[in-house]
Design a protein around this ligand. Structure first.
Ligand code: ATP
Length: 141
């Protein structure tokens, strides 16, 4: 490849993926979604639950991520993430079950005032699972 590219690497507590050379990378920053192109100035951002989109020479790849950090230095993009699944690796049934569980807990709190329900935790689980379903749908577009 003669044009400039980004070299993208992704790491979670249990896996490391060399995504390779890409022409762009979009990520869910805590202050909003942003895009990195080759030649970007050195930069670091915290990420929230959302989608990473990577433009590779032959295809576009999508990953569901649950927060972390993105660092860019001299066209090297390092993603340090709490969890990450590529769109085709997402277990849709598992994500749907996580949504149902989180919604049940939130309903229990709302309808019967169950104070044992950790609302922040249930809402975070709901956000992760809803995001996984959205990213998994990218595969069928
Ligand atoms: P669950 O309640 O289903 O475990 P979770 O949101 O609590 O969901 P995490 O703690 O974010 O799960 O992730 C734990 C591990 O399971 C990570 O390695 C993550 O990539 C993987 N994972 C979680 N949900 C899915 C899914 N629907 N499909 C594929 N991998 C998943």
């Amino acid at each position: 490849m003669t044009e400039k590219s980004l070299n993208i690497e992704l790491a979670t507590p249990n896996k490391k993926i060399e995504i390779g050379l890409a022409s762009s990378c979009s990520a869910p920053g805590v202050l909003g979604k942003f895009q990195i192109l080759p030649g970007h100035t050195a930069f670091i951002s915290e990420l929230e639950v959302g989608e990473i989109k990577v433009e590779l020479p032959e295809k576009t790849e999508y990953y569901a991520v649950s927060g972390g950090f993105l660092e860019v230095v001299q066209d090297r993009v390092l993603l340090l993430l709490e969890s990450a699944e590529s769109a085709q690796d997402i277990d849709i049934e598992r994500a749907q079950q996580a949504i149902d569980r989180a919604k049940d807990l939130l309903d229990r709190r709302k309808d019967s005032g169950d104070i044992d329900v950790d609302v922040v935790r249930a809402e975070a689980a709901l956000a992760r699972a809803t995001n996984r379903l959205q990213v998994a749908r990218r595969n069928s577009i």
